[in-house]
Design a protein around this ligand. Structure first.
Ligand code: CP
Length: 315
């Protein structure tokens, strides 16, 4: 594997899950693989889990991670080809990506969408510019439309906690105070479509995700109906896709509560974090034994470690 930019880079999700769980049992068993190799982690946006778990994964493989908050600390990067750079940007991606490629054997990038320019966001211009102008493999640490490291983590976590052969997994929208990207929901949907699960999405009308991504996945507009007999409740807010980037409905009725969880098959509660308590999910759910958000976040390390291992084996 050269790059990991999308869930579509996972050729066989069951074998990836198996390999990640083996890595988790013995995280330092491939320490030699990354010796004298450097990974550069470039953040255009904030992070806690992705930043630390990807560094941890690299360290577990014997790599040297170097990290930069690009938006705050680097020169402003220009992404337009042929632009006259007499504005706020000081360095073109052509030079920036080529230079970083000389310092790093793998480059990982986080760059969120604007949520104002749908076409530009969907072009994935930041991620694709790194793929085009860097000479080393690229890893997506959450881009405008996808968060494939999170989705791999979620698939691993569902496999670990599943008590039935084909669990019912519900992706539910929940309210939030800010307009949020679609990346986590998109990649989670793509991962569940690859797994042997009964997958359902529930959200208020108007919050339909990109239909090219949801495809034939059932969408249920009644949250309580969707929760019936669920084995996993995966909660996430996203802004409208159709009325791009807008908050249409901040109805607290969509918050995940203990009463709604009681409709499920004693479902595990999942969220990628960070999560706003008593807006997205009630304390009683997040503090319950069925909440698995902390072990879920732990699996971020092993998802990243598997991806880096596959890239290192191919260098
Ligand atoms: N889930 C996730 O990507 O967390 P961070 O934004 O903290 O990295």
């Amino acid at each position: 594997m050269k790059n990991y930019t999308s869930v579509h880079d996972i050729d066989n999700i069951n074998s990836w899950i198996k390999e990640a769980r083996t890595l988790k049992e013995s995280p330092l068993s491939h320490m030699g693989l990354g010796t004298n190799k450097t990974i550069g982690l470039l953040f255009f946006n904030s992070s806690l889990r992705t930043r630390l778990s990807t560094q941890k994964a690299a360290l577990n493989l014997g790599m040297n991670p170097i990290v930069m908050n690009v938006s705050g600390d680097a020169w402003g990067i220009e992404f337009e080809d042929g632009s006259v750079m007499n504005g706020g940007t000081a360095e073109h991606i052509k030079e920036a990506a080529a230079v970083v490629s000389q310092y790093c054997d793998i480059i990982a990038v986080r760059a969120f969408p604007s949520l104002t320019d749908k076409a530009k966001d969907e072009s994935e211009y930041v991620l694709n510019a790194f793929i085009k102008h860097a000479s080393v493999p690229i890893v997506n640490m959450e881009s405008a439309t996808g968060h494939p490291l999170q989705a791999l983590t979620d698939a691993i976590t569902i496999s670990e906690y599943s008590k039935v052969a084909k669990p019912k997994v519900v992706l539910t929208w929940a309210p939030h105070v800010k307009a949020l990207p679609h990346a986590v929901a998109n990649s989670f949907t793509q991962a569940m479509q690859k797994m042997d699960v009964e997958f359902v999405i529930t959200h208020p009308e108007g919050y339909e995700l990109n239909p090219d991504i949801t495809g034939n996945t059932p969408i249920v507009y009644d949250q309580k109906e969707a929760f019936a007999n669920a084995d996993f409740i995966y909660t996430k807010n996203w802004s409208s896709y159709k009325d791009y980037g807008k908050i249409l409905n901040n109805d607290l009725d969509w918050m995940v509560t203990a009463e709604k969880m009681a409709l499920t098959n004693s479902a595990k509660f999942m969220h990628c974090l960070p999560v706003r308590r008593n807006v997205v999910v009630a304390d009683a759910v997040l503090d319950s034994e069925n909440a698995i958000v902390i072990p879920q976040a732990n699996n971020r390390t092993f998802a990243a470690q598997l991806v880096l291992k596959k890239i290192l084996e191919n260098l």
